[in-house]
Structure formats: C-alpha cells, structure tokens
Design a protein around this ligand. Structure first.
Ligand SMILES: Cc1cc2nc3c(=O)[nH]c(=O)nc-3n(C[C@H](O)[C@H](O)[C@H](O)COP(=O)(O)OP(=O)(O)OC[C@H]3O[C@@H](n4cnc5c(N)ncnc54)[C@H](O)[C@@H]3O)c2cc1C
Length: 392
C-alpha cells in the first residue's frame, strides 16, 4: 500500500490488489516505528496521522522471571518522533488508502486476489486476479509482489527462497482489558514460556510463543490447561481466561524467516515479507517493508513515469535493501536461537543475565536496541517528487 501511494504520488498509475474485503485481521503487527513516522513527516502527513487514535511507547519494558526489565529507550533517537506509535494496522492501512486517494493514478481493488502472473517472452507483463465478479487480468510494465510471507507472486515467479528457519510459532488471542490493568510491558518470559500482551484499549492482543510445531500437542492437553498456563503467567488475567471458550478463539500464526536469492524477474519485483519473511522478534518487519517501499519508489518512479524501466532498476532496489534485510535477519536469528529457543526449552527459573543485566545497570546501553528497532539499518528518505498536476 505504501509503495502504491508513493508511486501514485509521483505520477505513476497504480492498482493495488487486496484479497480481503477489509484490513480487519488480528494478526497484523501494530508497530509504527520512528523511521516510518519520519517518512510520514517527509510526506507532510505526520500531523494528520498522529490525530488518529494511537499510543506512544517511549521505552520497551518487559518481565524476565518475574523481574521487571527495560530493554530499549527511544527518547534519544535522532528522529522527529522519539517513540514507537502503536496503532492497529487496519487503521494505518486505511490511513494510507485515504492518502493515496488524493492522487488520480491510485486505485485499490479490495476482494481481488492475485492468483497468477502473466508472462510474455520471458517477461512478467501483469497479473491475473480472482474477484467476486470473476477473474480479471491486469497488464502493467511492473508488477510488485508485496503479498506477505506466504507470497503467491514469488512462488509463481519461481524465485528461489533461502529458508533461515524459526524455532517458534505463536498462538494469538484476545482477552478483555480493564482500565485498572497494569500498563503495557510488551513481553514476559518465564522458564519454558514467552507471553506478549499488546494494549488495544478495550482488549489485550495476546501472543503465546510456543516451540515450532508444538501447537497440536498443546491443543491435545486441552483449553483448560492452556488457560491455566496464561493465568499463572499473568495472574491479572485469571478472572478472564474463560473468554477463550475453545480453540476457535486461539489462532496459530506460523513464524517464517526466509529471503529470496533474487528479488526480481524482468517485469516483477518482490518487496516486504514477499522478498524476506521476517520473524516477529523486535517487531521490525512492518518497518522493513515500508523502507523497501520507499526505496522502490525512489529508484523506480522516474523511469516508470518515463516508460523506461529497465532490469537494472529492479536489481538496484535489491542492492539497496539487501544489506538492511540481511543484517536485521541475522540479529533476529541470533535472538531466536540464543534467547527464545533457550527460554522455551528451559525448566529452570529464568534470571536476568548478560547484556540485559548490563542494560539495567547502564541505561545508556538501552539506546542501542532502540536504534536498531526504531530506525534500523540504512533508513530510507522520500526522494520521489509529488506530482502536483495529478492531485484530485
Ligand atoms: C506473529 C507475528 C507477529 C508480528 N508482529 C510484528 C510487529 O508487532 N511489528 C512488526 O513490525 N512486525 C511484526 N511482524 C512481522 C510483520 O507482520 C511483517 O514483517 C510485515 O507485516 C510485512 O509486511 P508486508 O506488507 O510485506 O506483508 P503483509 O503485512 O503480510 O501484507 C500482505 C498483504 O497482501 C495481502 N495478500 C496476500 N496474498 C494476496 C494475494 N494473493 N492477492 C492480493 N492480496 C494478497 C494480504 O491480505 C495483506 O494485506 C510479526 C510477524 C508475525 C508472524
């Protein structure tokens, strides 16, 4: 959506296909990072964005073995917004759609599921999609595959995937929130368990991290035992865990970490999770996808408008974004293997040790994770001009 908005703003005709009829799905991350907020400032839409209901998180805190820990301090970042904004992703996407609609070249087609690519003489020249009114074909000089970690576009393009592995999956559920509940901590690790609670005003969006493939075994033990595990971990939820009536109230989110060897084919470019599926570790995948979109628009807009797009332009997007992707995934995998795998496999009480302990003693150190999470590697800045003639 961000790539579509930026390209339309630069004068390119864009059609964004979305397979669902709305964006109201629970399993979307909610984090809007300081670097994404900076991009919005560069686009002149930050003030409008911040008028929408959101929460501002200035530090990331959690609990390890019952002990409160602080992990990241955003208040010293060299960005306009020194906080992470938490906003349900459906609100963020609707906001981007509203911004895109200001440009005549921007079209969003909901209920349009891309099902295949159209190839001609070895070049991708568009995509076909399923809609309630039947199948459609859309021809275009460039097709962008931004269809997430189960991308059909990259599969149809036959692009090779390098699977980097993930030791966990996540059970995802809602439990109601009361005004008297304690504030957001974002994460709670105990021996064998990691539990995440995201404040969505009237309910907690909860994530229970489990070893990869363990969902069936947990389901077999029964919903009562699962409720008890949550209540033991977060006693404040004890009087409400029965809101999880049965397993239909708990979704399984499979975690994948992978990346394409080549992000493009003539006429097609993959970005975001379609090019590199991100782990939820650090909650940085949305930011990376946005940064890909900004880089893609910066590199491609002028030649798209001029009708001179070449393969070298698509390769340039990969070249620009490959380093931040690899560096971020390397860190995520280190945390997955050294921390999450160990925590999930341990039966001993957890203690705060290593870098986490140092961060409690020297608050300055919390600026390092804040920078990696809040800005990331190689932040992008909007270089595409706004095509004023094209304003609706
Ligand atoms: C459990 C979990 C929690 C996470 N939490 C966070 C977090 O808090 N913060 C964070 O930054 N990252 C988080 N991530 C990672 C983050 O979700 C992804 O990195 C990010 O959403 C990638 O954005 P994207 O636009 O590339 O893909 P997506 O967000 O997956 O968007 C793809 C879009 O394409 C649509 N689509 C899919 N297939 C088709 C099709 N065939 N035709 C048309 N439309 C299609 C989908 O409906 C969707 O709207 C989490 C990941 C997991 C697994």
């Amino acid at each position: 959506m961000m790539a579509g908005f930026l390209l339309a703003r630069a004068g390119v005709n864009v059609i964004v296909l979305e397979k669902h009829g709305d964006f109201l799905r629970d399993f979307r991350g909610d984090t809007i990072h300081p670097s994404t907020l900076e991009v919005m400032h560069e686009l002149g839409i930050l003030d409008e964005f911040l008028k929408r209901p959101h929460q501002e998180v200035r530090e990331i805190a959690g609990k390890v073995g019952g002990e409160a820990v602080k992990v990241a301090d955003f208040t010293h970042l060299p960005t306009r917004c020194k906080f992470l904004a938490l906003m349900p992703q459906w609100d963020f996407l609707n906001f981007l759609v509203d911004q895109g609609k200001r440009y005549s070249g921007f079209q969003v087609r909901m209920h349009a599921e891309a099902i295949d690519l159209i190839a001609q003489n070895g070049r991708i020249v568009g995509a076909s999609a399923k809609t309630p009114n039947g199948q459609i074909e859309i021809r275009a000089p460039l097709t962008i595959g931004a269809d997430g970690r189960h991308s059909i576009m990259r599969e149809r393009a036959g692009l090779q995937v390098v699977d980097l592995g993930a030791p966990m999956d996540v059970l995802w559920m809602r439990i109601s929130r009361r005004p008297t509940d304690p504030g957001q901590t974002l994460g709670h690790a105990e021996s064998g368990k990691v539990f995440v609670m995201i404040d969505r005003e009237d309910y907690w969006q909860c994530g229970f991290v489990i070893p990869k493939g363990a969902a069936d075994e947990i389901r077999k033990r029964g919903i009562e035992q699962f409720r008890e595990e949550i209540a033991t971990l977060e006693p404040v939820l004890r009087d409400r865990v029965t809101e999880l009536r049965d397993w239909s109230d708990v979704s399984l989110l499979t975690v994948k970490v992978d990346r394409l060897r080549r992000w493009w084919r003539p006429g097609l470019l993959c970005i975001g999770d379609a090019a590199h599926a991100m782990s939820p570790v650090g909650g940085v995948g949305i930011n990376l996808a946005i940064q890909d979109a900004v880089a893609a628009a910066n590199i491609l807009a002028t030649n798209l408008v001029a009708g001179e797009l070449g393969d070298g332009d698509l390769h340039a997007v990969q070249r620009r974004r490959e380093f931040p992707t690899r560096a971020t995934q390397r860190l995520q995998i280190a945390v997955q293997n050294r921390v999450i795998r160990r925590v999930l496999g341990s039966s001993q009480p957890l203690r705060v040790t290593g870098p986490l302990k140092l961060m409690q003693r020297w608050p300055l150190l919390r600026r390092i994770p804040a920078r990696v999470i809040g800005i990331g590697f190689r932040p992008e800045h909007v270089r595409t001009p706004a095509d004023a003639r094209d304003r609706r």
